[in-house]
Design a protein. Structure first.
Length: 374
């Protein structure tokens, strides 16, 4: 009997030399949250992002956002503008700080934070004497947000931007790498991301002092003394040297992974373009997406569900687009500035299997299932 294998949404995909770096950690007994792989991985990322950047390797992307908020002195009672159409980890660290998120809806060309709504929201909050402390903008599914517009507003009102580039390593915006488009950015190396350390993240800044402060806070904030001396509340957020070894191997294949994911997108688009009820998110001029996940937008909730169920019955994983934060039970009472775009995407959108290790047979199988359904 022919048994079909399960197709996942986005699987980890090792390149080959990860094991060598991990073995090296074992051989030299650097089984700790510091060591040559942590330094090496930070250096690899720095080479990739540009030498004027400083990188702190951390335990997760969530930890990186939390530290970024700390570095910007976001604290109890402060408000932070946050893209509503995102994964909850973009917003949760705002709550860890005792601050309050204000959710901003998306615009249709990139599905990311609407610059117009952002400015409306900032003006409203300033009028009410609640000037926001920071802006968290997200390059969702690898598509860059409109950084020129967002940064111009941020500069006008003097509010720092945290660039959530968790899904966008390998994407570029007018030739600049995502993760370098603002003063503080974060990456994630979770198992489902374009490259992975199984779990991990990084904070990127152009200020060496900020990097050093991030490392200090991430390693329990130990002051200089022979004993353990603390004058600040610290965190245990540094990346493990074993896992950083996986990251070093993955950096060798990052370009291949971007290429493979973009090929998935092109294949889906070519083979589904004759179906009127499906549309794709195109790259605006100057935008280059790593196509971490290929997303489709259908003409209705019913069409989306029909496709999702047909795939599920054949053991193919797909997923509705992110449910916007402003309609999540945990965040529904927070202030928000909306225009209906992210709710519409949540209703009608679907993430298709997008791993860099999908075979041509896998892709054909998915296309057949979708075409048969419609
Ligand atoms: C994955 C992700 C994060 C969090 O990263 P972790 O490493 O999983 O903690 C944050 N923001 C976005 C948009 C993500 O997709």
């Amino acid at each position: 009997m022919l048994t079909k294998t399960k197709i996942y949404l986005s699987s980890p995909h090792m390149g080959g030399s990860e094991q060598k770096f991990v073995d090296e950690a074992f051989r030299t007994n650097w089984i700790s949250p510091l060591g040559p792989n942590v330094d090496g991985f930070e250096e690899d990322l720095r080479q990739y992002l540009g030498n004027n950047k400083y990188v702190a390797a951390l335990s997760s992307g969530t930890a990186a956002i939390h530290l970024a908020l700390q570095l910007l002195n976001v604290s109890k009672g402060d408000e932070v503008m946050c893209q509503s159409f995102t994964f909850s980890a973009s917003a949760n660290p705002i709550m860890y700080q005792g601050a309050t998120p204000v959710f901003i809806d998306s615009e249709s060309d990139t599905w990311n934070m609407s610059p117009e709504l952002l400015e409306v929201a900032i003006k409203d909050r300033i009028e009410k004497y609640k000037k926001p402390k920071a802006i968290i903008a997200v390059h969702l599914y690898g598509m860059p947000y409109k950084a020129n517009e967002i940064n111009a507003i941020a500069e006008k009102y003097e509010i720092p931007v945290i660039e959530d580039s968790a899904e966008a390593l390998g994407s570029t915006y007018f030739g600049k790498t995502c993760g370098t488009l603002s003063d503080i950015a974060i990456l994630s190396f979770n198992g489902n991301k374009i490259i992975t350390t199984s779990g991990g993240g990084a904070l990127i800044t152009n200020d060496l002092e900020l990097k050093n402060k991030a490392v200090f806070l991430s390693t329990q904030a130990r002051d200089k003394a022979p004993h353990y001396e603390h004058s600040t509340v610290g965190f245990n957020y540094r990346m493990s040297n074993v896992l950083a070894g996986i990251g070093r191997g993955q950096m060798e294949v990052l370009d291949d992974r971007v290429k493979a994911r973009r090929e998935n997108y092109n294949f889906y688009k070519t083979n589904l373009s004759n179906i009127d009820s499906i549309s794709f998110l195109e790259e605006p001029e100057g935008f280059f997406s790593n196509r971490w996940i290929t997303c489709i937008k259908t003409d209705s909730y019913e069409t989306r569900e029909a496709i999702r169920h047909a795939l599920l019955e054949d053991d193919v994983e797909s997923r509705p687009l992110w449910k916007p934060m402003h309609v999540q039970p945990v965040y529904k009472d927070c202030l928000n500035f909306t225009n209906g775009i992210s709710e519409d995407l949540f209703d009608k959108g679907l993430c298709l299997p997008s791993g860099s290790d999908l075979s041509q047979d896998d892709l054909n199988r998915i296309i057949n299932l979708i075409t048969k359904t419609l």
